[in-house]
Design a protein around this ligand. Structure first.
Ligand code: GLC
Length: 444
């Protein structure tokens, strides 16, 4: 009996060892980049493509069932003469953003960069004829802000994106090519993105879900092999510091460096198709959200979020230990909608006052809810009171030793208790801010 138990232990040990040996080990540069990423906390998402001409979002090809032949006319009308990368980057910096993630190619299959493996790109197919990704990359370098590339795995244009996925099936004129050719194409394009634009922040993949099985029983299974091992391996080999994220709405796949949550605070799954709480990994997190209701430019989108809602979302994301990637959809002339610019300015102004409670923090010991959220940096916990109506904060007991609790603005000491009955902080005397009243908890 003893012997066989030993034998089982030995086998378990060997088995786990062999599993470990196959796992992705991030390089030192990559680990350093992950720390930087977590400290950065706030980035700009840019959805821009030829679809902006139609002013109906980046899914317009699918939603209006525009045929390949019709859609391929769009690049002829795409001439963003007012595009000024300096304005974009300065706007992002003024908003307090530390990186920019831009769509290099979206589901419509149009490349917004100079690609040698397809003519269906901004340089060859538009009257503008310039590589906006290159222009942006150069400006980002000048202004010292990192650039990430969004890259769509899914493609509504190419024949070799076959078998087709769950979307785009009403688009006329799609052919039937070879899946493996598509993989070769994607790898060549990613290689271009990783070699022609200097050092980048990372690659943001999207569209995995398009190939999930229709059949309820098999849902979660895939119709194709994305060859992530090869794709991720190549990215890390060319640029080891480049962080890989994949908007697949599932747990972290081996080789990924951060996990993203689309329009959803990590684990809430408020969208219904988000990543559930039990699939949150140990890598850095990022939540992406729109200022209105659309990613790509949408002329009739009237769902503008208030400055307060956006700032709250940033604070909440930080309270979940996550970055926030906030989107703008530039117009076909290259300008960013004035209303979006003013939202970004408002967030930037707020961050100028309160940035130290967000940047460089990790999630705090008090679990977040709609009324308050905590972030932490070393021995300081920032408790953000988002609901000004609250007189007494009552949370679960916090397993930390508290030195004192203060109103951050006036430095007034606040009365509190932290014992088995919970954490209680008396905020009845505080003059509260409509957006956020920060309470500083100093730990021993
Ligand atoms: C979704 C959409 C896509 C958008 C992305 C951003 O996956 O398909 O249009 O780019 O979300 O998170």
């Amino acid at each position: 009996m003893r012997l066989s138990l030993h034998y089982i232990f030995l086998l378990t040990f060997l088995f786990s060892f062999s599993l470990d040996a196959q796992e992705y080990q991030p390089s030192p540069e990559n680990l350093e980049a992950r720390d930087w990423f977590q400290d950065a906390r706030f980035g700009l998402f840019v959805h821009w493509g030829v679809y902006s001409v139609l002013g109906d979002g980046e899914w317009v090809m699918n939603n209006q069932n525009i045929s390949i032949e019709e859609y391929e006319k769009l690049p002829q009308f795409f001439n963003p003469i007012d595009f000024d990368p300096k304005e974009w980057v300065s706007m992002a910096k003024d908003a307090g953003m530390k990186y920019i993630t831009i769509t290099s190619r979206h589901h419509d299959g149009f490349s917004m960069f100079d690609s040698k493996v397809t003519d269906y790109n901004i340089v060859d197919a538009t009257p503008y004829g310039k590589d906006i990704i290159k222009m942006l990359a150069e400006e980002c370098r000048k202004q010292n802000i990192k650039l990430f590339f969004y890259y769509s795995l899914l493609d509504w244009n190419r024949d070799d994106y076959f078998p087709r996925g769950r979307t785009g099936n009403g688009i006329l004129g799609r052919g039937e090519g070879e899946w493996e050719d598509y993989i070769v194409f994607m790898k060549s394009q990613l290689k271009e993105l990783l070699t022609n634009y200097g050092e980048i922040g990372g690659i943001w993949l999207d569209g995995h879900w398009d190939q999930k099985e229709w059949d309820g029983k098999k849902f979660g299974g895939l119709r194709v092999n994305w060859h992530y091992d090869e794709i991720y391996g190549m990215i890390h080999k060319i640029q080891p510091q480049a962080l890989i994220g994949n908007n697949h709405h599932i747990g972290v796949i081996d080789g990924e460096d951060f996990q993203m949550f689309e329009k959803d605070l990590p684990g809430n799954n408020s969208t219904g198709w988000g990543t559930p709480a039990d699939q949150i990994g140990t890598v850095p997190l990022e939540v992406c959200e729109t200022i209105n209701g659309s990613w790509g430019f949408n002329l009739q989108d009237r769902k503008l979020k208030s400055d307060k809602e956006l700032i709250h979302y940033l604070i909440k994301a930080a309270g979940y230990g996550s970055n926030m990637l906030l989107n703008v959809g530039p117009m076909p002339n290259g300008k960013i909608q004035p209303k979006h610019q003013s939202s970004l300015k408002a967030i930037g102004n707020w961050l100028k006052q309160n940035g130290k409670t967000i940047y460089g923090t990790r999630k705090g010991p008090i679990p977040p809810n709609d009324d308050y959220v905590s972030t932490q940096k070393e021995k300081t916990v920032y408790l953000h009171l988002l609901n000004p109506e609250i007189e007494m904060i009552h949370a679960q007991q916090v397993p930390v030793r508290i030195k004192g609790i203060f109103d951050m603005k006036t430095k007034t000491k606040l009365a509190y208790r932290n014992d088995r009955y919970g954490l209680a902080i008396d905020v009845s005397e505080l003059s509260k801010d409509e957006i956020d009243t920060v309470i500083r908890i100093e730990l021993k």
